[in-house]
Write a protein that binds this ligand. Structure first.
Ligand SMILES: Cc1ncc(COP(=O)(O)O)c(C=O)c1O
Length: 334
């Protein structure tokens, strides 16, 4: 897998650490859990979007763009990291923020990621929820780009979550890193587990694992869509990414998305998420987030309790970041 022909902006602190979570593993009675610290990717306090943005911003620069436009929920981590990448690279940034989460705290639109978006100099546009799909918001991004082009700017549309095959290259690289770190420690990794939303993280990992011919299993814990829909989305993007990098085709049966941890809806707290965030904080001094990694860890804990892993299995939990949103959800942790 030679990615050197794709333009890339240097944004990421990598390789991110792979650390054992011994106290959490002991508390749960196995498996052996490691955390891949993608909350430490460096850009704007870290998170999974840094890896994707290296390739997306590389493409934007190669095309001579002067403004990037993207979308997400109000507390989008992707928006925060895109705003920071744009600031660092001297581009303008416009964010379309969808009011996707009902019953939010009164300062939801001022604190957490939104505060940081503003600090990075992004222009924010709030939108009421449309048909609730990622595609709907992506088409608003396209329309916004067309309007900016009419004003003489050269816009670059970044899809929600940075999830197209270009962004997914970032997680091809992450799969390579995990494989190298596991080899260096003689670890046999049975499962990689992480939150799956706009699908690029899981698709990139799946394409990367296919390219390495790695037997590691991969599970995404759903944070928004149901498994039937999410698996198809991940599979389509993984297949495309694998084709672009010249990796073997991804098997459909290696794409697993886990239901049961979304709760009432995207970004809405659940007791399992609160337990997972509290437990990880108190046992490991590690901050998860309420929307993504917290629900993914709730999924991992739930599957351990269901007996889905052997005591001696090794699981790598990819911490995709997002703890900046904790401030917007402080009522859940009071
Ligand atoms: C912190 C965090 N974790 C996980 C995800 C999900 O990753 P993906 O959108 O690539 O499926 C996101 C996406 O927005 C995120 O912000």
């Amino acid at each position: 897998m030679d990615l050197s022909r794709f333009p890339r902006a240097d944004l990421c602190h990598a390789p991110t650490p792979l650390e054992p979570l011994d106290r959490l593993s002991d508390h749960l009675g196995g498996p052996r859990i490691y955390v891949k610290r993608d909350d430490c990717t460096g850009l704007a306090t870290g998170g999974n979007k840094t890896r994707k943005l290296e390739w997306l911003m590389g493409d934007a620069l190669a095309r001579g763009c002067d403004v990037v436009v993207t979308q997400g929920a109000v507390q989008t981590n992707h928006g925060r990291q895109t705003a920071a990448a744009a600031a660092k690279l001297g581009l303008k940034c416009e964010l379309l923020l969808e009011r996707r989460v009902p019953h939010a705290a009164p300062d939801f639109e001022e604190t957490g990621n939104v505060l940081l978006d503003r600090m990075f100099g992004a222009t924010l546009h709030f939108h009421e929820v449309g048909d609730g799909s990622n595609e709907d918001m992506n088409s608003r991004v396209e329309a916004h780009c067309a309007a900016l082009a009419d004003q003489g700017l050269t816009p670059y549309a970044v899809p929600g979550g940075g999830s197209n095959w270009i962004g997914a290259l970032g997680y091809v690289v992450c799969a390579q890193e995990i494989a190298e770190q596991a080899d260096a420690r003689d670890l046999v990794v049975d499962w990689i587990i992480h939150a799956t939303g706009s699908a690029g993280t899981q698709a990139g990992l799946a394409a990367g694992l296919a390219g390495l011919d790695s037997p590691m299993g991969l599970m995404g814990v759903n944070i928004r869509f149901a498994a039937a829909e999410q698996e198809e989305k991940v599979f389509a993007l993984a297949r495309r990414t694998a084709a672009e990098i010249g990796a073997p085709a991804v098997d459909r049966d290696r794409i697993l998305c886990i239901d049961g941890y979304v709760g009432p809806g995207y970004g809405q707290p659940t007791p399992q998420m609160v337990e997972a965030v509290d437990l990880t904080a108190r046992l490991e001094g590690l901050l998860l987030d309420p929307v993504y990694a917290g629900k993914a860890m709730a999924g991992l804990i739930g599957m351990v309790r269901e007996g889905r892993f052997g005591r001696d299995d090794t699981v790598v939990f990819v911490h995709t970041g997002g703890s900046q949103a904790l401030y917007a959800y402080r009522d859940s942790f009071a």
